[in-house]
Design a binder for this molecule. Structure first.
Ligand SMILES: NC(=O)c1ccc[n+]([C@@H]2O[C@H](COP(=O)([O-])OP(=O)(O)OC[C@H]3O[C@@H](n4cnc5c(N)ncnc54)[C@H](OP(=O)(O)O)[C@@H]3O)[C@@H](O)[C@H]2O)c1
Length: 280
């Protein structure tokens, strides 16, 4: 039995592939750029685009479980092929925003995108597991340049607190759902193991690289202007709403990673150790 991993060249997908290979599982990977995939030699690589439904022949042969990356665009033609191929379960990378636990989620870019993909998976009638991670620790990569060049980050909400999750933990939950029973129909809200303010997050990175870093406060409007060349407007709005809300109401830690995998979720200190090179 094979597992087909879409998004296999992405941050979550690479961890999934590595963990499945380490377990000795038969892994297939889908990518739009097979020659640039740079995946382990044990993986069989197939070309394909999730949104055109144009998939290299043989990609589904013997595939019983699929990890589905929530690509932008219409994934229904792809899921029709998944269903026709007899794939028995789909593990979808969704988002905690799809749970609409907060007023800020309703109508946000992340809610609209992930809710729509969840609906398409539900309508396909293929047995599913939904992974709904909160904020990724990998999002802190966007601090790397100013940390390296100025020993500082610039943001409006130093006291807003998030439960950042390591990509490897999202992957470990995905691998459990791909390879073991008891996950069909489950929707897993996933977070890291601690709620840390942005000041504490910065201090964690500083401790890892042995450097005192400063959090420079700018106004939300200054943040919007400084990011407008790099991020769509709706994503900037989503971020600002999220950070301002989590000053008064910090993100809540969920126990799901440990419940599903049997291991505690990785701390931000662990993430910083795994990514120290990008901040040096
Ligand atoms: N950032 C957060 O805090 C957060 C929180 C909750 C959920 N999420 C979800 O997690 C996602 C990011 O995951 P990630 O970090 O693993 O992504 P990533 O590193 O940006 O990688 C994206 C992957 O998706 C594949 N892909 C994209 N469009 C495709 C298409 N049309 N057809 C085939 N493959 C396609 C790419 O493959 P190729 O380029 O090789 O084709 C690549 O492997 C977000 O987009 C969001 O949906 C994020």
């Amino acid at each position: 039995m094979s597992h087909l991993i879409t998004g296999a060249t992405g941050s979550i997908g690479r961890h999934i592939v590595d963990q499945l290979v380490a377990l000795g599982e038969d892994v297939r990977a889908l990518t739009r750029k097979p020659t640039a995939a740079n995946l382990p030699s044990q993986v069989t690589i197939f070309g394909g685009d999730l949104t055109s439904g144009d998939i290299q022949d043989g990609a589904f042969h013997g595939v019983k479980s699929l990890f589905l990356f929530p690509a932008d665009g219409d994934i229904k033609p792809f899921l029709d092929k998944v269903k026709a191929a007899g794939v028995e379960r789909v593990i979808l990378l969704s988002s905690l925003a799809a749970a609409a636990e907060h007023a800020r989620d309703i109508g946000s870019a992340s809610y609209l995108h992930h809710k729509a993909i969840e609906q398409i998976v539900l309508a396909s009638d293929i047995p599913y597991t939904f992974l709904r991670p909160g904020n990724f620790a990998n999002n802190l990569q966007f601090w790397a340049y100013s940390i390296k060049t100025a020993g500082a980050v610039y943001g409006p909400y130093p006291q807003s607190a998030q439960t950042l999750i390591h990509a490897a933990d999202v992957a470990t939950v995905a691998v459990a759902a791909l390879t073991t029973v008891g996950h069909i129909g489950a929707t897993y809200a996933l977070t890291g193991p601690e709620s840390l303010t942005q000041t504490e997050q910065l201090r964690t990175i500083g401790a890892e690289i042995g450097r005192e870093l400063t959090y420079q406060i700018i106004s939300p409007e200054q943040f919007r202007q400084s990011m407008s060349a790099f991020m769509p407007e709706d994503i900037i709005t989503q971020l600002l709403n999220y950070w301002s809300d989590t000053v008064e109401q910090p993100d809540v830690v969920r126990p799901t990673v440990e419940q599903v995998t049997g291991k505690p979720a990785r701390t931000l200190a662990q993430w910083a150790a795994d990514h120290r090179a990008m901040f040096m």
